[in-house]
Design a protein around this ligand. Structure first.
Ligand code: GLA
Length: 394
């Protein structure tokens, strides 16, 4: 059996750097229940933190040098003076680590050099925010080791999440919104996190599916997924341009009841479809939260399906593998199913009765085999805890 990522991070640290770390911190991946492509439009989203986590074993250095090693990546440590960290330098996975040091320093914090070894159980490239998990584990470590004390309050965690997002935007070059980092920093066991991205406020919504005989099945389609490509940026740009045409700071300010009028003022059909998705999706998040609070799981499931259709038809970020996973899950009796995350591959989620999860998973695997797609992977997700310290000393 492969060892747990906490142990792997410790081993990785001693192999790469010798000795023991000052401590080990971890942060989770996330899955979004509903509210997709709304975060960069100042809208609402409802993610949960996953049980899968990324661990960072960290030791402060007396100089301003950063050395980084990952047990998932071949080759020796990546070494860079903090002063040399900039867009594209370092490249690859190390950008997500170095970017956090850079963003904290840009924010005026005194940031030391460090040796950082990472190991993770968050699937990479599956749209489950392995990059945010890495950034937030490193951010949590720096907060403690540099005495910044940002983990103790939700305000401090929100600030740290926004600095991790800056690392991703400015150093790794992925123009993402803030949902992933907020989920990874502020996630709470047994709760979904209602994010209002207009002002980065959060509200914990009880989300204990097992208590209701239900389960959330996450289906990794294993279709290739990449955010550092033009599609995500293009969607973002269309939304910004539409907001400008409508004379509002973000699409959040377009109310559902004013949608028809707003669409009439947009110049082209693509912009109209994108805006219709964003505005209706923000509305669905509110309705979904109401349904969850009322225990109306059938209504919650219907909203998931409507979200998927909107992402598929209006936002055009689904793909054949995601559509097949959703359709098969629904055909097998799921209450609701939808793609989750940025899209163009990655994962779908299905709300199922707990005793039915295995059957839904088997049906999706069968449908994928018949379609000639790669075999999917699935797991049941429970809402877990955000970033934190796991151990002081090695
Ligand atoms: C990716 C981004 C998030 C968010 C989602 C879509 O996961 O990292 O900021 O925009 O896509 O909801």
């Amino acid at each position: 059996m492969p060892s747990a990522p906490l142990d792997r991070a410790t081993t990785q640290f001693s192999v790469a750097f010798g000795g023991t770390p000052d401590g080990i911190w971890s942060a989770p991946g996330r899955v979004n229940l509903i509210g997709e492509h709304t975060d960069y439009n100042g809208g609402l989203a409802l993610p949960i933190a996953l049980p899968q986590r990324t661990f960072a074993a960290v030791r402060i250095r007396p100089d301003k040098v950063l050395r980084m090693s990952s047990d998932g990546m071949p080759g020796g440590p990546v070494t860079i003076p903090l002063a040399d960290v900039r867009a594209g330098s370092p490249g690859g996975w190390a950008a997500y680590v170095a970017g956090v040091f850079w963003a904290l320093s840009e924010a005026g914090y005194a940031v030391p050099g460090a040796d950082v070894a990472v190991a993770s159980s968050v699937p990479v490239g599956a749209g489950l925010s392995s990059s945010a998990a890495l950034e937030c584990a490193v951010g949590a470590a720096l907060s403690d080791l540099a005495g910044l004390d940002l983990l103790g309050t939700s305000g401090g965690r929100t600030e740290l999440a926004s600095l991790c997002q800056r690392a991703e935007n400015d150093i790794a070059g992925a123009p993402t919104g803030g949902m992933d980092q907020l989920a990874s920093m502020l996630g709470r066991r047994g709760h979904a996190l209602l994010l209002d991205c207009r002002d980065a406020t959060t509200d914990a919504v009880p989300f204990d599916l097992a208590a209701h005989g239900l389960a959330l099945l996450v289906i990794d389609t294993r279709a290739p997924h990449a955010l550092v490509d033009g599609q995500y940026a293009a969607r973002r740009h269309t939304c910004q341009a539409a907001a400008m045409t409508l004379g509002v700071p973000s699409l959040r300010e377009v109310r559902l009841e004013d949608l028809a009028g707003a669409l009439g003022r947009l110049p082209d059909e693509v912009a109209r479809r994108r805006v219709r998705h964003v505005v209706t999706e923000i509305g669905r998040v509110g309705s979904f939260v109401d349904a969850v609070r009322a225990g109306d799981w059938a209504a919650a499931g219907r909203l998931m399906v409507a979200s998927h259709e909107s992402l598929r038809d209006d936002y055009e970020v689904s793909c054949p593998e995601l559509d097949l996973a959703v359709d098969t899950a629904l055909g097998a009796g799921a209450l609701g199913a939808r793609m989750t995350g940025g899209g163009f591959g990655g994962c779908a989620i299905a709300l199922v009765s707990a005793d039915h999860a295995v059957q839904v998973e088997a049906d999706v695997a069968g449908a994928f085999a018949s379609a000639g797609f790669r075999a999917p992977e699935a797991f049941v997700a429970t809402a877990s805890q955000g970033a934190g310290r796991d151990r002081f000393g090695g």
